[in-house]
Structures are given as structure tokens and as C-alpha cells.
Design a protein around this ligand. Structure first.
Ligand code: JB3
Length: 221
């Protein structure tokens, strides 16, 4: 861990996903000196698992000036893809580096590649030669098998499973416990419902659900 003052970390968001990240930061020794920003003013001055919620995003520039070096986008909700990308880009534009967070109970193959800002949470598995894009959430117990590709800003929800060679686009949500069969492609901004079993490619912005998964609507902008 870098010394406090240069590698101090900013969590952007103070909700349920932020609590998961804060817990992992404590476990990997990155909580020291970290602070949290949230849009809800009534949270300012309180704490998130011991991390001070110091204000809103307007503080990003001044925190950078105070020697904070890294950030994580700590917003995970399905409606938040565009927001996650905007927050990521704003922090990078201010000269902050996107940290990579690996829970100590995760398993990541030596040959796997984790993108800046990616978050590999408890019991998640990233297997050989998989590539994980920027700002991706691999949530609790998710499985990304060998040779998979997960595009930027996507969220693989708890216990979802991508079989070998699956390619996930950008800003995709794979729901809790969903299964994507091998070598399939899931298009940008598609949504796969919880528990779905996907046995054919999913086009961009499609919303699919069921066993086997079928299209139910299109995902909104
Ligand atoms: O299902 C699981 C395991 N986790 C879910 C996660 C992936 O997504 C979790 O159960 C929730 O469904 C959701 O967690 P998240 O994204 O933390 O949602 P919520 O608990 O609603 O917290 C979002 C926080 O972000 C709120 O405190 C908002 O005020 C804050 N927020 C919204 N917009 C913002 C902004 N904070 C900052 N700094 N900037 C914003 O623009």
C-alpha cells in the first residue's frame, strides 16, 4: 500500500455497494486515510464503516490537490451505468488514478487482466486469460471463466456465471445468479435478468430473462 498522502483513496458513493467496497478496503489495508463523497448532503459529516463522508463530488478537485491519488466508483445500481462512466471520467480528468480492488477472498488467475477501477469482490473468480475492462464490478461469488472479455462499466451481479469465451459489451448488467453459456456475445447496454440462462447471443440494449432467456423489452437510454 502506498504511504498515506499520495495513495489516499476516494470512494465515490456511500450506499450499499460502497459499504461492500469499504469492507474490502479495510481487509486489504487501503482504508487508512480514505474518504467518501456522496450526493446526499445529509450524509456529509457521517461515516461509512469508519470512512468519513466528507462532502459531494465538488470536492474531487480539492482532494486531488491535498494529495489524494486514487478513487473507486462506489455506485453499483443498475440505473447507474451512465453515472458510473461520468464519475469515472471526471475523476480521471482531474488526475486521479482508478484503483483496482481485489477482495482477499477472490481468485484471479495470473494470466487474467483487470482494468483500472475494476472491483473483484468476495469469492469472485476470474479464470485464465480473461480480460476485465475499466470500472467493472465482479460482485460477490461471480464467475468469469477462461478467455472471457467484460467491457467497461459492466456489472456481473452476485453468483452470476460466464462460461468460457463469453464476450460482454460495455455497460452491461448480468443479473444475480444468471448463467451465460460458452462463447456467447452480450451486446452493449444489454440487461440479463436474475436467474436467466442465456443460450444464444444477446443484441445490444436487449433485456432478456427466463430459462432459456428470451427478450422481454429493450433497455432504456
Ligand atoms: O445487490 C448488491 C449485492 N448490491 C447492489 C449494488 C450493486 O447496487 C446494492 O444492493 C444496490 O442495489 C446498489 O448499491 P448502490 O449503488 O450503493 O445503491 P444505493 O445504496 O442506492 O447508494 C447509491 C449512493 O450513491 C447513494 O448514497 C446516492 O446518494 C449516491 N449517489 C448518487 N449519485 C452519488 C451520486 N454519490 C456521488 N458521490 N455522486 C453522484 O453523482
Amino acid at each position: 500500500m502506498g504511504e498515506v498522502g499520495t495513495n489516499r483513496l476516494i470512494l465515490i458513493g456511500a450506499g450499499g455497494h460502497a459499504r461492500v467496497l469499504a469492507d474490502a478496503l479495510h481487509l486489504v489495508g487501503r482504508a487508512e486515510g480514505a474518504v467518501v463523497l456522496d450526493a446526499q448532503a445529509d450524509l456529509h459529516g457521517t461515516a461509512l464503516l469508519g470512512l468519513p463522508i466528507v462532502g459531494g463530488d465538488e470536492l474531487l478537485a480539492s482532494l486531488r490537490g491535498e494529495g489524494f491519488g486514487e478513487f473507486l466508483v462506489a455506485i453499483g445500481g443498475i440505473r447507474g451505468f451512465g453515472l458510473r462512466r461520468r464519475l469515472f471520467d471526471r475523476a480521471v480528468q482531474l488526475g486521479l488514478r482508478a484503483a483496482i480492488l481485489r477482495h482477499p477472498a477472490s481468485v484471479v488467475a495470473e494470466s487474467a487482466v483487470l482494468g483500472a477501477g475494476s472491483q473483484v469482490l468476495a469469492s469472485a473468480v476470474v479464470n485464465a486469460c480473461a480480460e476485465i475492462g475499466e470500472n467493472v464490478i465482479l460482485n460477490t461469488g461471480s464467475i468469469v471463466e477462461h478467455d472471457c472479455w467484460v467491457g467497461a462499466d459492466s456489472h456481473i451481479a452476485p453468483r452470476a456465471c460466464l462460461a468460457g469465451g463469453v464476450r460482454i459489451g460495455r455497460q452491461v448488467h448480468i443479473g444475480v445468479g444468471a448463467t451465460i453459456c460458452e462463447n456467447l456475445r452480450i451486446g452493449d447496454r444489454a440487461i440479463v435478468g436474475a436467474g436467466a440462462v442465456v443460450i444464444r447471443d444477446v443484441p445490444p440494449e436487449a433485456v432478456v430473462a427466463g430459462v432459456p432467456a428470451k427478450a422481454i423489452r429493450r433497455s432504456g437510454p
